[in-house]
Design a protein around this ligand. Structure first.
Ligand SMILES: [Zn+2]
Ligand SMILES: [Zn+2]
Length: 178
């Protein structure tokens, strides 16, 4: 306790504040009731050791880590200029730009709805997941990267892409040496 100016108890607090009128009687009684309920608030604060840690964020997907994410960022499926760890493809930017041009997000207020909602309007024939997979030779990580980088949320959801399943199939094919 030592130098805690609150802890020595009511007696010494009176020594610290001989004139309670100066501090205010209300304040002192509030302090006393708090002591009875919770103990010394200052001691409590001292007991809680606060540890500060540096947290890293991925610039592309927002992933957090206590370790540097430089390696993750290089392969992150949110990074248009990524390298693929599965198929080795580099630079998806031309494909991302191609797919960005295939749709528009428009706001519509439907009858009976309270506000406008985002809808997808395809400029030509609706893009399918097979189109994207064909462009990246079936690589699930590159497919996911195109979905994340080229398609805004309402458009991305139209594909209903099952990444886990696609990855499983990819590894099965790899095992069979196809
Ligand atoms: Zn990331
Ligand atoms: Zn790939």
């Amino acid at each position: 306790m030592g130098n805690c100016w609150l802890c020595p108890g009511l007696q010494s607090r009176r020594q610290f504040y001989p004139s309670t009128t100066k501090v205010g009687r209300g304040w002192l009684s509030l302090l006393n009731s708090q002591f009875q309920d919770e103990g010394c608030p200052l001691e409590e604060r001292r007991r809680m050791k606060v540890k500060l840690k540096k947290v890293y964020y991925c610039d592309f997907c927002g992933k957090r880590s206590l370790k540097s994410l430089a390696k993750h960022e290089r392969y992150c499926t949110g990074n248009p200029n990524r390298e693929c760890r599965l198929c080795g493809r580099k630079n998806l930017i031309p494909l991302i730009e191609k797919y960005r041009g295939t749709y528009e997000i428009v706001q519509k207020t439907l009858k009976g709805w309270t506000g406008p909602t985002d809808f997808v309007e395809w400029k030509g024939v609706k893009v399918t997941i097979e189109d994207i997979e064909a462009d990246v030779d079936g690589c699930p990580n590159c497919t996911l990267a195109i979905l994340r980088c080229a398609f805004e949320i309402p458009a991305r959801y139209e594909f209903n892409y099952d990444y886990k399943e696609a990855l499983k199939e990819w590894w099965e094919k790899e095992k069979e040496g196809l």
